[in-house]
Design a binder for this molecule. Structure first.
Ligand code: PLP
Length: 390
């Protein structure tokens, strides 16, 4: 059975060009980039080319890019760097819809005595910017806001917000893990001091990420060790994956310049609109006007998202639900709860996230298989029966 993969916000396929670029760094070019001999030195050159490509994708200078092991490490490094650099400031700001990489870190820091503000969003997932600005004070060490939401795709106006936050002398970090490679980003035009990205969200392998640190930003490393990454991240470089990340960044930049995401967003829109037309009581979660081009979160009311996923799985269709399995109960995700999505809709929410590798034929298969699945599940749903009777 052919797999139809529409779960690209979870992870993506490694692009064939990326894999090809990586292969020599497992075999013939296995030197340590820190070695004095040219066998190692050649690898250092490849790392610098990758750094240039990653910098180019987000409008940064190569020296402003530090390679990390993943988006989570980049996020944690940024927050901890701000805390260490401004030890007298005890207030941390973020939103209610962040990825656990930020959410759980903030929760853990709040137990250690930091004051945290989780800025609310409206029912479309849009940030309450007034609330954000009113929360800032001389005690605020950092504001961290995601660029694009992993569940709904909703984009926060990071350019505008970061400039305002920076003008108040506060460090601004953005978790751009879902945005990089999908929308044009130019950090130079923003007030962003630090930005996190992760390779496996745009066709390079898992276990490689980067942190952009604007020149002049106070910083202290999280991984203290050797002098790698100019002392900003100790540990022998993951050379093959860094080369892969560089190649993926180069491909993503070309794809963006060629407006490649227009095709992806047309596929996404056809999938979304046809599902809304064919299935009653289906709604889109999140601001449709301001979303990542590849993402749609659709609530099919009165059915269980997990049941939908299992039945789609029978046809090889891979997507995600809007629930998180916590302590045996299926709680709707904190993102959908923060948006006030009703329980009956949050439970039946499915996230489809596309990539440049998806095709019209794949969308046709989903459109053929999914509506009867929802119909069958609703026939079995006491909530649906009750809602229809009421
Ligand atoms: C918005 C966002 N931030 C951070 C992460 C964590 O990235 P990684 O899996 O590379 O640690 C993810 C992964 O899903 C994400 O979607």
């Amino acid at each position: 059975m052919k797999v139809i993969y529409v779960d690209n916000n979870a992870t993506t396929m490694v692009a064939p060009e990326v894999l090809d670029a990586m292969m020599p760094y497992f075999s013939t070019n296995y030197g340590n980039p820190s070695s004095m001999h040219s066998f190692g030195g050649n690898v250092a050159g490849a790392i610098e080319t990758a750094r240039e490509n990653v910098a180019n994708l987000i409008g940064a200078a190569p020296q402003e890019i530090v390679f990390t092991s993943c988006g989570t490490e980049s996020d944690g490094t940024a927050i901890r760097a701000a805390i260490e650099s401004y030890p007298n400031k005890k207030h941390l700001v973020t939103s209610r819809v962040e990825h656990p990489a930020i959410k759980n870190l903030y929760e853990s820091l709040s137990k250690k005595g930091y004051r945290t503000t989780f800025v609310p969003v409206d029912n479309q997932g849009r940030l309450d910017i007034e609330y954000l600005y009113n929360s800032l004070s001389d005690d605020t060490a950092i504001v961290s806001l995601m660029w694009g939401n992993n569940e709904t795709g909703v984009i926060f106006p990071i350019e505008e917000i970061s400039r305002e936050v920076k003008s108040r002398g506060i460090i601004f970090h953005t978790d751009a893990v879902q945005a990089v490679g999908k929308i044009p980003i130019n950090v130079g035009e923003t007030g962003v001091d630090m930005l996190s990205l992760s390779g496996h969200k745009f066709h390079s392998p898992k276990g490689i990420g980067a942190l952009y640190i604007r020149k002049g930003t106070k910083f202290s490393p999280f991984m203290i060790g050797g002098h790698q990454e100019k002392g900003r991240r100790g540990g022998t470089e993951n050379t093959a994956s860094i080369v892969g990340l560089g190649k993926a960044a180069e491909l993503a930049a070309v794809h963006l310049v060629q407006n490649g995401y227009e095709r992806v967003s047309r596929l996404r829109d056809r999938l979304e609109q046809t599902l809304l037309d064919k299935v009653s009581n289906a709604l889109v979660n999140g601001d449709p006007a301001n979303r990542l081009p590849n993402t749609t979160s659709i609530a099919f009311e009165y059915v269980e998202g997990e049941a939908i996923l299992l039945m789609m799985n029978e046809y090889g269709i891979c997507a995600s639900s809007g629930s998180a399995c916590t302590s045996g109960s299926l709680e709707p995700s904190h993102v959908l709860r923060a948006m006030g999505v009703p329980f009956t809709a949050a439970h039946g929410s499915i996230r489809f996230s596309l990539s440049r590798y998806n095709t019209e034929d794949e969308i046709d298969v989903i459109l053929e298989k999914l509506p009867p699945i929802i119909e069958r599940l609703r026939e079995l749903s006491p909530f649906w029966k009750k809602a229809m009777e009421g």
